[in-house]
Design a protein around this ligand. Structure first.
Ligand code: ZN
Length: 85
């Protein structure tokens, strides 16, 4: 009997957390590591998710641009609100 890989939709690909100077490896499906993602205002998180899902469903220049824009806003919110260490 062979051991089956556990099912899941994660591709297994990793990339760097989108937050500046973080460097954490996160799954491709997520924009940032948990710590930074939770620091993004909820409204922007929703916006990123919505834009991301929309882009997955309808891949076009327009949805891609909307996703890039939402990402940029989320990343910007992190650099503006620097939490005290
Ligand atoms: Zn991070």
């Amino acid at each position: 009997m062979t051991t089956l890989q556990r099912p899941g939709r994660l591709s297994g690909a990793l990339h760097d957390c989108a937050a500046p100077a973080c460097g954490s490896q996160v799954p491709a499906e997520f924009l940032m590591c948990k710590r930074h993602w939770s620091a993004v205002p909820e409204r922007l998180r929703m916006e990123v998710w919505y834009a991301y899902r929309n882009y997955q469903r309808h891949r076009s220049l327009e949805t891609h641009k909307a996703y890039q824009e939402a990402r940029r806003k989320a990343i910007k919110s992190l650099t503006q609100e620097t939490a005290p260490a």
